[in-house]
Design a protein around this ligand. Structure first.
Ligand code: CA
Length: 247
């Protein structure tokens, strides 16, 4: 296998998540574990997975709601999703509501069976028979430079290079820039950025976003003084400039 398909796991029980990650990794997948729905949404936006496994009983949002939110995201309708359910009434809802989820697995489940199910869904969807489609960033190695852009994001080290130079970023600056680099030109409202980059729990306001974008811009300017990498859309939010001088 040339690359490891990224599998997003939204599951708050670490024991289950550990088992899932272990069997998926053993089978050549790249699992990404999120303990909350908010985190899962942020991960999904940053890099849509080949498939998502959603627990229904999540602490901040139920799996049905998360499913709908993910489906509504750009590319979300293309990503197969699998529910993990603990109760038979939840199974009834999955089947009864005909949400369009690709499958469900009832807890307790056999890890082997679950991986087999994941493989079947990916094969059936036909989009990943030989790997993810070229348009899915999941197929990109973690250090791949963004095509045509002077950024190279290393998700494993949580580092970003700009015109070949390593940026010294805070956690939030990294989160903001990574999100924007993944979707050049896409306008993110301050609300979206708060939701996707900051924790739900933290006290944050629109001005928090502005303050971090300001420091981020200063760091980008220090490397390329004449380049305006982040555009401000008055009253709306921010977007990465799609037309940057090549690296
Ligand atoms: Ca749970």
């Amino acid at each position: 296998m040339l690359f490891n398909p990224r599998i997003l796991i939204a599951e708050d029980e670490s024991g289950i998540a550990d088992t899932l990650q272990y069997v998926l990794r053993t089978d050549g997948f790249a699992p990404v574990w999120c303990a909350t729905a908010q985190e899962a949404i942020a991960q999904f936006v940053a890099e849509p997975p080949a498939l998502a496994i959603l627990d229904i009983g999540l602490p901040d949002m139920n799996g049905f709601e998360l499913f709908k939110r993910l489906q509504a995201l750009p590319g979300g309708a293309e990503v197969p999703m699998l529910f993990l359910t603990a109760r038979s009434d939840e199974i009834d809802r999955v089947v009864g509501l005909e949400l369009g989820a690709d499958d469900y697995v009832a807890k307790p489940f056999s890890p082997r069976e679950l991986v087999a199910r994941v493989r079947t869904i990916l094969r059936r969807s036909g989009r990943h028979a030989n790997g993810a489609p070229a348009t899915t960033p999941a197929a990109a190695p973690s250090q791949a430079p963004s095509p045509g852009l002077p950024f190279a994001v290393d998700t494993e080290r949580m580092q970003i290079r700009y015109y070949g130079r390593l940026l010294e970023l805070s956690r939030y600056e990294y989160g903001l820039l990574r999100l924007m680099v993944q979707r050049p030109g896409r306008v993110f409202t301050r609300d979206e950025l708060l939701r996707l980059v900051w924790d739900e729990s933290s006290e944050s306001y629109d001005r928090t976003v502005d303050a971090h974008v300001k420091t981020l811009r200063a760091k980008l300017k220090a490397i390329a003084p004449d380049v305006e990498a982040i555009r401000t859309l008055r009253g709306t939010g921010y977007a990465l400039n799609e037309e940057l001088p090549p690296a």
